[in-house]
Design a protein around this ligand. Structure first.
Ligand code: ADP
Ligand code: UDP
Ligand code: MG
Length: 223
């Protein structure tokens, strides 16, 4: 895992390059966005922390699960297939999720993007990297014990078809078998910041904040 210090220096260098491009009059679509993947098991706090990062640091928050649920509720040809996958805790085919994400990245017009809950498998990851020609600049992984994740999911109360004990058990298996290899892959590339997801929402956010504070400073002064 790359040292936090050197990661932050990299982040600042990246921002400097983006600022130079913006000064030269490059349009937002020409500026390569800064992409952060936010990973962790079901109920580990990805969505909650992403909302706070978005509010505090001006990132666009793109939740793969939310995009899929929206698509599921529309009359799209993929609606029934997405519903079945979510109900069973399975992973929706990469091309569906990647195309929803690419559309959302384009629409957001933001060059600081959080991708919440994706990639969920090596196949997802490879598909995203191939289609976009991009790797994430940074990966955050919320590490949380299973009992805590189960407790949170079962009291989430958002009327989700997958927030029940049967589906959660399946999602935890999928998490260990398919999601964790993605975290390990990016760890090997020095991109992962592992955050302990236990504690109050504010306590966890205080561990997340430093990762973005330096990035935000660079954006403000353009140095
Ligand atoms: N640090 C925390 N402590 C206690 N409850 C939390 C914490 N973070 C999130 N929650 C709650 O747990 C549930 C799952 O959080 P969420 O952000 O939706 O997780 P994820 O997106 O990883 O599944 C939500 O009801 C949320 O309000
Ligand atoms: O890239 C993704 C993201 C989500 N899902 C599906 O959507 C469900 C809910 O995902 P979400 O990220 O909303 O759940 P969370 O981890 O936040 O509880 C997952 O279990 C999968 O069935 C998927 O197939 N691919
Ligand atoms: Mg979520």
């Amino acid at each position: 895992m790359m040292q936090t210090h050197s990661r932050l220096m990299f982040v600042e260098l990246f921002v400097t390059e983006v600022m130079k491009l913006a000064e030269k009059g490059a349009s937002s679509s020409q500026i390569i966005p800064f992409i952060t993947f936010v990973l962790g098991g079901p109920g580990s706090g990805k969505g909650t922390q992403c909302a706070k990062i978005a509010d505090t640091f001006g990132f666009a928050h793109l939740s793969a699960g939310d995009l899929l649920r929206k698509e599921m509720s529309s009359d799209s040809v993929n609606g029934a297939m997405i519903r079945d996958a979510i109900k069973e805790g399975k992973i929706v085919p990469s091309k569906v999720t990647v195309s929803l994400l690419c559309e959302a990245i384009e629409l957001s017009k933001n060059h600081k993007i959080l991708i919440d809950g994706f990639p969920r498998s090596d196949e997802n990851r490879i598909s995203f990297e191939r289609i976009t020609g991009r790797e994430p600049d940074m990966v955050i992984f919320f590490d949380c014990p299973e009992e805590e994740m189960v407790k949170r999911v079962l009291s989430r109360n958002q009327g989700r078809i997958d927030d029940n004990i049967e589906t959660v058990k399946k999602r935890l298996k999928v998490f260990s078998k398919l999601n964790l290899p993605v975290v390990n892959y990016y760890s090997g590339r020095g991109k992962v910041h592992k955050i302990n997801g236990v504690g109050t929402i504010e306590e966890v956010f205080e561990k997340v904040r430093p990762l973005f504070a330096s990035l935000s400073r660079s954006l403000q002064d353009g140095s």
